[in-house]
Design a protein around this ligand. Structure first.
Ligand SMILES: NC(=O)c1ccc[n+]([C@@H]2O[C@H](COP(=O)([O-])OP(=O)(O)OC[C@H]3O[C@@H](n4cnc5c(N)ncnc54)[C@H](O)[C@@H]3O)[C@@H](O)[C@H]2O)c1
Length: 450
């Protein structure tokens, strides 16, 4: 059987999580045929990992302005998009037009116009586009979907979801490109796309209308000065800055080989600084957001995201006609592998007297009970491992009983909650998602969307 040919665009920190399993565990059935990035240095680092660490052949590398050459010369079956969010649409569209299927990292894209362009190209080309929503593949989150779908608490009427990013992982978004609306669409798109996708999928419902508030309350120069932390604002970046030695928000790019190779070594060539001060002036995204969503089928979502919390994780509760389910996960900071310089230690959650993950069902008029689960391990609560299997293994089932495969329409249904949220904050009024992008107007269930 011939191998499936993969090309990657975007060889920063995240691509590692997908390239490593492709060229190691799943190499018998798949082949990496090319990589593309705006930084040659970052691609050089991947080449060294391929040959020296993963015992795999080196592959042709293409600068971003030669993406089309890569498609023509290496003939991939699937293009995996792992570049900066604001560039996703461009690569998704060009890959589909060249006859390739695409897997894209979340968010599928960052605004309504780019979303419409992706959907139109998909329709015109008929290519398959998947969004790698790894959160769906975490064992507890998959279990929740099963519990809800099997009617454990009857018809679900409302959901409350609180997500916390801590002062390590949360701060990290404010050190680099994510801090600019034009590059990430804000964390309401970049980060919350995971959470909106989870709720859409848990409820099997399509979001209809959004109202939101958001502001920058902690990061940024002004906020630091206002609370008496001016000393943390006096340097533009952290690496090589002696006076930042005791700054708890400091990131030292000399502290690990991946940081040095992927980011420090590529600065002169790419202009990308990975460690700019989180208390600087040019941040234009929010660090606290609060939002309400009404679904086409009537369910209500109350959601909040805080990015400067001492602990990281989520609490979600579902109120149904026959009871309530509560779930929490506090798995520690989820810095991705290439940017996590402190080994496993930094990923541990702060001490707490409750378990790191717990699902509890509260039926009406009966005792509550805990849903027992086998222990999970690995990045993102074990989700990345299961997701890689679904992309690369010939044994992966083509259909999934939990409907965990997300296509372009489901990718859109998730980002559009965030895009509508940003619009709502700007206009101070509720926004109808269909006014941004008309997603199959007659569909009622998420599973009616591809
Ligand atoms: N699902 C998850 O849990 C998860 C986790 C981390 C990142 N991600 C996603 O993965 C993607 C990459 O994130 P990252 O953490 O690796 O960021 P990163 O900054 O480390 O890497 C981004 C890469 O994109 C490249 N790039 C920028 N502009 C480009 C262009 N025009 N053409 C080609 N390449 C370009 C950069 O040179 C860099 O190598 C993002 O879309 C992010 O949302 C997902």
């Amino acid at each position: 059987m011939s191998k499936t040919r993969f090309a990657f665009v975007g060889t920063g920190g995240r691509a590692m999580c997908f390239i490593e399993p492709l060229v190691t565990t799943y190499r018998d059935h798949n082949e990496l045929v090319g990589i593309c990035d705006s930084s040659q240095k970052r691609m050089d680092y991947y080449q060294s990992m391929l040959t020296e660490k993963w015992e795999s052949p080196s592959v042709p590398s293409y600068h971003a302005d030669r993406f089309d050459d890569m498609l023509r010369e290496t003939k991939p079956d699937i293009v995996f998009v792992c570049s900066k969010d604001s560039t996703h649409h461009d690569y998704i569209i060009r890959a589909m037009q060249a006859g390739c299927d695409v897997i894209t990292e979340k968010p599928m894209t960052i605004d309504a116009e780019k979303c419409r362009a992706i959907l139109e190209t998909q329709k015109a080309t008929g290519r398959r586009l998947r969004v790698s929503f790894n959160y769906r593949w975490g064992p507890y989150r998959t279990k929740l979907r099963e519990l809800l779908a099997s009617g454990t608490i009857g018809q679900v009427r409302s959901v409350n979801l609180e997500y916390l990013l801590d002062t390590s992982h949360g701060a990290d978004y404010f050190r680099r490109w994510h801090a600019h609306m034009a590059e990430s669409g804000s964390l309401l798109v970049h980060k919350s796309t995971h959470h909106f996708d989870l709720v859409n999928w848990w409820l099997d419902a399509i979001p209809e209308q959004v109202f939101a508030y958001g502001n920058l309350a902690f990061y940024g120069k002004e906020n630091a000065i206002e609370r008496g932390d001016e000393k943390f604002t006096t340097y533009p970046r952290y690496t090589g800055e002696a006076s930042a030695k005791d700054d708890p928000f400091r990131l030292d790019l000399e502290s690990s080989e991946p940081y040095r190779q992927l980011y420090l070594a590529a600065e002169a060539e790419s202009g990308y600084l990975r460690d700019t001060n989180v208390f600087r002036e040019d941040i234009d995204i929010y660090d606290q957001m609060s939002l309400n969503v009404r679904y086409r089928t009537g369910e209500l979502l109350t959601y909040s995201l805080n990015c400067f919390s001492p602990r990281e994780g989520l609490r979600v509760s579902f109120n149904g006609a026959r009871g309530r389910i509560e779930y929490h996960e506090f798995l520690g900071s989820q810095m991705n592998r290439a940017v996590n310089s402190d080994s496993e230690e930094s990923d541990k959650p702060p001490a707490s007297n409750e378990p790191n993950e717990l699902i509890r069902v509260y039926p009406h008029f009966q005792d509550s009970y805990e849903v027992t689960m086998p222990p999970s391990s690995g990045s993102h609560g074990g989700a990345d491992k299961v997701l890689s299997h679904s992309f690369y293994s010939p044994d992966a089932p083509k259909s999934d009983p939990s409907d965990r495969f997300a296509g372009h329409e489901q990718g859109a249904a998730s980002i559009l909650v965030g895009v509508a949220g940003v619009e709502s904050i700007r206009q101070n009024k509720p926004i109808n998602i269909n006014d941004l992008v008309a997603l199959k107007p007659d569909a009622t269930r998420l599973s009616d969307l591809v």
